[in-house]
Design a protein around this ligand. Structure first.
Ligand SMILES: [Mg+2]
Length: 197
């Protein structure tokens, strides 16, 4: 029987930060204080370092980031991390693929359609509609099946479930992914090595 493999979506399978930075750059390019947002420098949950003008001009910057995440253009700009699509297809042979992702209403519906179009091999999608937009809602999914595996870029999500094996997807340093003493994978090539060897 295939093992259950739970995969986070944003900033684990797809480079959400790159898409957010691209929208920001197009929105604020004419502002006198504009500095081009570079997704590799992203390290804060609400993008306050790479997208500072969102914080300057909006009382509720998290709400604006949510709007970006829910926009049609976000899903047009969304790209896989290198190798993610190919490795997921290979994993399909050995694992039941379950995407477990936090979302909010507008983002959730578009996300499901994107996954269906780009990752038809996925068996199940669990979406936690977290209206706060902070994406901490995964404790509601226990992941208690024997030998279940969970990969996520946020330690808080990993710690909140009972998956048998947990891996932090740490593509780069952020100010929320440091608190993790468990196993780390830093690329989809590494995930392939760990899960298919
Ligand atoms: Mg994530």
């Amino acid at each position: 029987m295939k093992k259950d493999l739970y995969l986070d979506f944003d900033s684990t399978i797809v480079n959400s930060d790159k898409a957010i930075c691209r929208i920001y750059n197009e929105t604020y390019k004419d502002d006198p204080e504009f500095v081009k947002a570079e997704w590799r420098k992203h390290r804060n949950w609400s993008y306050k370092y790479v997208c500072p003008l969102i914080h300057k001009y909006n009382d509720n910057p998290v709400h604006v980031i949510q709007e970006y995440y829910g926009s049609e253009i976000f899903f047009e700009y969304l790209e896989f991390y290198e190798g993610a699509k190919e490795v997921i297809s290979e994993l399909k042979e050995h694992y039941k693929l379950i995407i477990c992702t936090s979302a909010f209403p507008k983002n959730a519906s578009r996300k499901v359609l994107w996954i269906e179009e780009h990752l038809p091999e996925v068996d199940e999608i669990i979406i936690l509609i977290d209206k706060s937009g902070y994406g901490y809602g995964k404790e509601r999914v226990a992941m208690m099946e024997d030998h279940s595996i969970f990969i996520d870029d946020h330690p808080k999500n990993l710690k909140s479930t009972k998956a048998s094996k947990k891996y932090l997807f740490k593509f780069k340093e952020t100010d929320y992914n440091g608190d993790w003493s468990g196993e780390i994978v830093d690329s989809w090539q590494k995930i392939k090595e760990v899960l298919l060897s």
